[in-house]
Design a protein around this ligand. Structure first.
Ligand code: C5P
Length: 245
């Protein structure tokens, strides 16, 4: 009986080799901070560093690729000397999709899975990241998401409601979104070839039918810092948690 218990623990906790691609090349103008959003200070560190630390310290992390604004490459390289895994820093592109493509191009470590994460989500937990990475290894593609809580309205340009959506089957997509490496590479290459655009990576995989995409229940704390109040909430949560998400 003890052998069975040990076996189930090792299966549940098997290590998946992965590369983390952290995109942070957006301007983040809605935050109005004067510096790109990912470089705003949060809890004494640049915002990007929180999720980078979380991903780099997970079992199985083989490399971290940081996709940054072109004028921040050199400075960011200087801030990565203390990482526990190899790091590459590359410039991003005009759209998020382009930045992810640059990150995939720079991912050189041998790994089964690539985990793509918005640096703008600093409160990523180890549990959510590992669950998404494991599901991607098992099934090909997975993303963190939370069920929609509010009723959603489709609204016309004149401010009147056109329809009410059935929220029962609606989830809010987050990152990380993880894929077997060959699935992510094929999705981005084929999207570029076909001129397909999407605001997240899973949507490319869905549209191209490259793999079923599985949802892993994330948590509401993994929100995207977009406007000033989001930053204030993140500060409070970090202070409460003693500095680590
Ligand atoms: O604009 P949005 O908040 O959706 O961006 C999500 C993430 O993608 C952010 O971390 C942002 O820095 C990144 N991004 C990027 N390159 C772009 C646009 C956004 O790396 N051209």
């Amino acid at each position: 009986m003890p052998d069975c218990i040990l076996e189930s623990v090792s299966v549940a906790e098997r290590t998946v080799d992965f590369v983390a691609v952290l995109v942070m090349a957006g301007s983040g103008e809605r935050l109005g901070a004067g510096v790109p959003k990912a470089f705003v200070m949060l809890g004494g560190l640049p915002l990007w560093r929180h999720s980078a630390n979380t991903l780099a310290s997970l079992p199985g992390c083989r490399q971290v690729v940081l996709v940054v604004p072109a004028d921040r490459v050199a400075r960011t390289v200087g801030e990565t000397q203390d990482f526990p895994v190899p790091v590459r820093v590359v410039p991003g592109g005009a759209r998020r999709q382009d930045s992810v493509g640059m990150g995939l191009g720079a991912a050189t470590a041998r790994a089964t899975v690539v985990a793509i994460h918005d640096a703008a989500r600093p409160m990523l937990s180890r549990e959510t990241a590992l669950a998404v990475i494991r599901e991607a290894s098992r099934s090909g593609a997975a993303l963190a998401a939370v069920p929609v809580r509010d009723t959603l309205k489709r609204v016309r340009a004149d401010g009147t409601v056109e329809s009410t959506l059935d929220r029962a089957s609606l989830w809010q997509a987050q990152t990380p979104q993880a894929f077997r490496v060959e699935v992510a590479r094929a999705a981005h290459a084929e999207a570029a070839r076909q001129g397909l655009e999407a605001t997240d990576d899973a949507a490319l995989v869905e549209a191209l039918g490259l793999s079923p995409v599985h949802v892993v229940r994330g948590d509401p704390w993994n929100f995207k810092v977009t406007e000033k109040p989001d930053l204030e909430v993140a500060e409070m949560l970090l202070a409460r948690a003693g500095g680590t998400p």
